[in-house]
Design a protein around this ligand. Structure first.
Ligand code: NAP
Ligand code: G4F
Length: 332
């Protein structure tokens, strides 16, 4: 029988890849979009004739409930959030409302409408923050370092709590950083890949970055949405760390991206303290053993492959004829 999935955050990076994955699995795919004066459908334009969109907002519990009643999904993926860490210091209360309380609004709607709906929550490695052990696994204590991470921690624990209190099939995926050509341009990887392409094409002269020594466990978003789906196909609900098990500095990402276009990153990158954070997360490194053992999930893409994919896509988007590019087409 055809399964039906509902996604909050379908217009985001992960939402677009998850929608593609579920369509390939022959799901009926529904997405929640919030009203805006201009369309935010850039990443899903190529899917619009195969998915159904509904107006609702994580800030409005009644709108979530109405859509869940109308769609009657088998699976609900909550990918919506204010997801950019620096903005969470500028808008801590909005971040708590969306990224934190938005989760309990979705869970309450599910509990009241149909508690058999399987629920996925997009938790984050940012919750490990000032890490107390390395690598980080499902049993590593949390130490959030931003209003975003504090809000995500609420979302994580309320998901666990609803599973334990109401026996919901609710899973929390603790995902480490995952990137793609569809990544928002303010995140450091896309900022770098885009700058490398623009500098190569003579459109920019320099790239201003913050902390070059920060280390992240970067993977490809397309691999990570597969893990989300796998969690909801298990016999019992649980939480899983998803990452590559390798970490790299921001400087290493810049070096690889500029090398892809034949440039030396040190000739173009300028450190700008404006991009430092009030409290930094210095090192994230996953231990994804549980996901390997129980989900049989492994990433398909390497760090180098990811960097090349992103730089090539940015060059392609800018209309370059630079040789050595892959011919993959990416939406938005
Ligand atoms: P993203 O590109 O920033 O997408 C966020 C999505 O949330 C967008 O579709 C956005 O809609 C939607 N949204 C924001 N506020 C909303 C509201 N009030 N009501 C309904 N929708 C709202 O994020 P992403 O990279 O795809 O990440 C997906 C999720 O995973 C997020 O929860 C993020 O915090 C979490 N996460 C991401 C990573 C990562 O490395 N990418 C790692 C761990 C966890 P608009 O298009 O209207 O803005
Ligand atoms: O790319 P970022 O902004 O991602 P960050 O803060 O790690 O958060 C992302 O991953 C989380 C998972 O761990 C998600 F939960 C979250 O939603 C988001 O997707 O920054 C990565 C690192 C930071 O240490 C930052 O200080 O890069 C450093 N950095 C250095 N210069 C910079 C810059 N970050 C940004 N955005 N811009 C810079 O110029």
């Amino acid at each position: 029988m055809t399964k039906c999935a509902l996604i909050t955050g379908i217009t985001g990076q992960d939402g677009s890849y998850l929608a593609e994955w579920l369509l390939q699995k022959e799901y009926q795919v529904h997405g929640i979009v919030r009203h805006a004066s201009t369309s935010s459908h850039g990443r899903i334009n190529h899917l619009l004739d195969r998915i159904t969109l509904h107006d609702a907002d994580l800030l409005d519990a009644s709108s979530l409930r109405r859509v869940i009643e109308r769609v009657a999904p088998d699976e609900y993926y909550n990918l919506a959030a204010m997801s950019f860490v620096p903005v969470s210091w500028e808008q801590p209360i909005l971040t708590a409302e969306t990224t934190g309380l938005g989760v309990v609004r979705a869970l309450e709607a599910i509990r009241q409408v149909n508690p058999s709906i399987r629920f996925y929550q997009a938790s984050s490695s940012e919750m490990f923050g000032k890490v107390v052990e390395t690598p980080q696994s499902e049993s590593t204590p949390f130490y959030p370092r931003s209003p975003y991470a504090v809000a995500k921690l609420y979302g994580h624990w309320i998901t666990v709590n609803y599973r334990e209190s109401y026996d919901l099939f609710a899973c929390s995926g603790i995902l480490f950083n995952h990137e793609s050509p569809r990544r928002g341009v303010e995140f450091v990887t896309r900022k770098i890949s885009r700058a490398a392409a623009r500098i190569k094409m003579g459109l920019d002269k320099e790239l201003r970055l913050g902390n070059l020594e920060a280390q992240r466990d970067w993977g490809f978003a397309g691999d990570y949405v597969r893990a989300m789906w796998l969690m909801l196909q298990q016999e019992a609900p649980a939480d899983y760390v998803i990452g590559t098990g390798r970490t790299q500095t921001v400087a290493a990402f810049a070096e690889a991206a500029f090398a892809r276009v034949g440039l030396d990153w040190q000739d173009y990158v300028v450190v700008d303290p404006r991009f430092y954070r009030p409290a930094e997360v210095n090192l994230l490194l996953s231990n994804p053993q549980k996901a390997h053992a129980e989900l049989e999930w492994y990433p398909d893409h390497t760090f180098e492959g990811l960097v090349h994919m992103m730089v090539d896509a940015d060059l392609e988007q800018l209309g370059s004829g630079v040789v050595g590019l892959t011919s993959t087409k990416f939406a938005a």
